[in-house]
Write a protein that binds this ligand. Structure first.
Ligand code: SF4
Ligand code: SF4
Length: 353
């Protein structure tokens, strides 16, 4: 199939041979964003997730259908968020139904905030493993650890290794003192600012709003060669993030939006299948054509035609993209959404919500 991921070997065979962490490198990833709600609100969150967002999760039947479609891409498939564990009963129901339908994802991504006791973690992970889950991903950095107690992250990691094997746990193996150090950095404004400058995130979503001030403005002609989503350096265009075979990650959210680059909607699974979208072309739209073929520079021109006033400089190429997307989403609500990612409702409610 034209939209299969970059590695033709069966992804399950690769996982069995080298584990999930290494399989991701060659197969790339595809995820179901189970909910935008999260137990915490990290400053660098590209999807702007938080505890205050609406309690919307993927519906059971759609979740199972979409997981099956994601698995057909031969990528490593996971459930992410937000924090999927925030709605454990609904998540478990989806996993039970997915397991019965042969559509179990390979792993679940989590911030480990739910890991309040050994008994709870062992019970949940064993249950998920017995349904066919192959592993877990746990984040760890100053942004997460500012909120998540170090012992929870350590517990979640240790028991996941016990249940799934180290090769299937995508997470840094950090000691309690190392996690406590990350927490101290995350809770110290100056140290966190230094950390942010030395580990620049893509300035999109909440990162685009809350961390941009740590970086200098740069003129437009300096931005074209900035790195893209996963380390590739660009010219002006962003074609790699719109190429079904090469794009690093594909996301389907609870509204059925198929996304790239957190908040750029390529189509909707309630209207077209993933195979159709990825095999026959994403939805045709001026905003998608512009950013694919000439990057955010074309988006800037489009935004100016809709009254946007350009600034003397932007922090990075993806920051320019974020700034003009926020202006353009009023005019292209179906391609630039949903509200959760942009932090505010568009003036015209997206029909895909
Ligand atoms: S980065 Fe992850 S853990 Fe942090 S707010 Fe976003 S979804 Fe939640
Ligand atoms: S500039 Fe925009 S489209 Fe291009 S990689 Fe960055 S976020 Fe994605």
């Amino acid at each position: 199939m034209a939209y299969m991921g970059p590695n033709p070997t069966d992804v399950n065979q690769t996982i069995a041979e080298v584990g999930i962490a290494r399989a991701i490198g060659s197969h790339h990833v595809a995820s179901l964003l189970f909910t935008y709600r999260c137990t915490i609100a990290c400053g660098h969150c590209l999807f702007a997730c938080s505890p205050t967002l609406p309690d919307v999760c993927c519906e059971l039947d759609e979740a199972v259908d979409w997981l099956g479609q994601l698995l057909s891409t031969n990528r490593v498939v996971h459930i992410a968020g937000g924090e999927a564990m925030i709605a454990w009963d609904r998540l478990l129901a989806v996993c039970r139904a997915a397991s019965a339908a042969g559509a179990m994802p390979h792993f679940i991504e989590s911030n480990a905030s739910w890991a309040t006791s050994d008994v709870l973690v062992r019970e949940r992970l064993t249950l998920l493993r017995d349904l066919g889950l192959r592993g877990m991903l746990y984040s760890a950095d100053p942004y997460h650890q500012a909120f998540v107690p170090p012992e929870r992250r350590l517990r979640a990691y240790t028991i996941a290794v016990e249940v799934f094997g180290a090769q299937n746990v995508i997470a840094a193996d950090l000691t309690l003192p190392q996690l406590e150090e990350l927490r101290e950095i995350g809770r110290d404004e100056q140290r966190l600012a230094d950390y942010t400058r030395s580990h620049p995130p893509n300035l999109v979503g909440r990162a685009g709003d809350s961390l941009a001030a740590h970086f200098p403005d740069r003129p437009l002609d300096e931005l074209a060669g900035d790195r893209l989503w996963h380390g590739e350096h660009s010219q002006r265009h962003c074609q790699i993030e719109f190429d079904p075979r090469r794009m690093w990650e594909i996301h389907i959210d609870p509204y059925g939006n198929l996304q790239t680059c957190c908040g750029i909607v390529l189509g909707n699974l309630r209207r077209r299948s993933l195979a159709d979208l990825m095999g026959n072309g994403f939805d045709d739209s001026a905003v998608l054509r512009a950013v694919r073929d000439d990057g955010p520079f074309a988006l800037l021109a489009l935004a100016e035609s809709h009254g946007y006033q350009r600034r003397p400089g932007y922090k990075q190429k993806c920051h320019l993209c974020w700034e003009v997307r926020r202006h353009l989403r009023t005019y292209y609500p179906e391609q630039l959404g949903p509200d959760e990612v942009y932090g505010e409702p568009s003036s015209t409610p997206p029909s895909s919500r």
